[in-house]
Design a binder for this molecule. Structure first.
Ligand code: NDP
Length: 289
């Protein structure tokens, strides 16, 4: 068994995830895993990083594939016996010009961004060591008031999503209900907004709060999970539009991944790219993105 601390970044062959890996290589004391669903793309990126003199490890990881997640978990468990940093970065977003029906976009987006992230967490959380840090990439569109379909249903959804008693299973049911209503054309009447990506980011933000409550009761010391809005970042996802570089987009997630032992906050928080903790339920937001 290798005695080293371990950090993992999902979907890190490009974009913000790759920038997070690079920062962790220089700032994290331990080994850093670049992971990618496409092994070839991942290995190409690793080779490029090695040319730059960075030392990084690679493993295939598709967050939308239970077998891939299980194989990675086994690898971590057998090689290191634990995990210290997990950055849930991988996600998809349909372009505004996409022609797929809304129900199909909703199903795929929620399956990858919400249920894929949840599956990775459920699999890898048992490996977390005391003082582990988990960071999930949310978005400015992951702000609770984005749930703004017809009232009073939207109000009821916001209450459920922000409830201090919400469980992972109840949250999963809400995400599934969104997909069902997206398929039968009634999502607005049900209270949901007209962006599957936004619903998925509201979902992972609500999940962060649920997960921190469980960490607070966990016998392992000082486990912390936060989510963040990296800002509007120039990447393939944003069609190369935005105000920040990938390196700037990585700053807040890396800050959260490296929170020192026993900090009081942020914990279970929605954190803006400038590191401000934002009230997810009421705001105000520090800026539009
Ligand atoms: P990119 O599209 O540039 O990169 C996304 C990464 O996720 C790629 O490596 C992609 O792999 C990977 N990925 C997608 N699906 C899976 C999967 N099933 N399993 C594993 N990896 C997968 O996006 P960004 O870098 O812009 O986004 C990173 C994160 O930041 C996302 O969570 C995004 O939602 C969030 N974010 C981005 C903003 C922006 O302005 N860019 C704004 C707010 C939030 P592949 O190369 O194979 O497609």
């Amino acid at each position: 068994m290798e005695e080293t601390r371990v950090a993992v970044v999902t979907g890190s062959n490009k974009g913000i995830g790759l920038a997070i890996v690079k920062d962790l290589c220089s700032q994290f004391e331990g080994c850093v895993y670049l992971t990618a669903r496409d092994e070839e793309k991942g290995l190409e990126t690793v080779a490029a990083l090695e040319e730059e003199g960075l030392s990084v490890r690679f493993h295939q990881l598709d967050i939308d594939d239970e077998e891939s997640i299980a194989a990675f978990k086994t690898h971590l468990e057998e090689t290191y016996g634990g995990l210290d940093v997990l950055v849930n970065n991988a996600a998809i977003a349909y372009k505004g010009s996409a022609t797929e029906p809304f129900g199909e976009q909703a199903e795929n987006t929620i399956r990858v961004n919400f249920f894929g992230t949840l599956a990775v967490c459920r699999s890898l959380f048992p490996l977390l060591r005391p003082h582990a840090r988990v960071v999930t990439l949310s978005s400015f569109v992951g702000f609770l008031p984005r749930v703004n379909g017809d009232e009073p249903q939207a109000f009821s959804l916001r209450e459920k999503l922000s409830s201090e008693e919400l469980t992972e299973d109840e949250l999963s049911d809400l995400m599934n209900q969104f997909v069902e209503t997206a398929k039968d054309g009634t999502w607005t009447e049900a209270g949901w907004q007209s962006s599957a990506y936004s619903v998925s980011k509201v979902g992972v933000t609500a999940l962060t709060r649920v997960q921190q409550r469980a960490f607070d009761e966990d016998p392992r010391e000082d486990l912390i999970v936060n989510c963040c809005n990296p800002g509007a970042v120039v990447t393939d996802m944003s069609s190369q539009r935005g105000v920040f570089t990938a390196e700037q987009g990585a700053e807040c997630p890396v800050y959260l991944a490296l929170l020192p032992p026993d900090v009081e906050e942020p914990k279970g928080a929605f954190v803006w790219h400038d590191k401000q903790v934002v009230d997810w339920v009421k705001g105000p937001l520090p800026g539009p993105y």
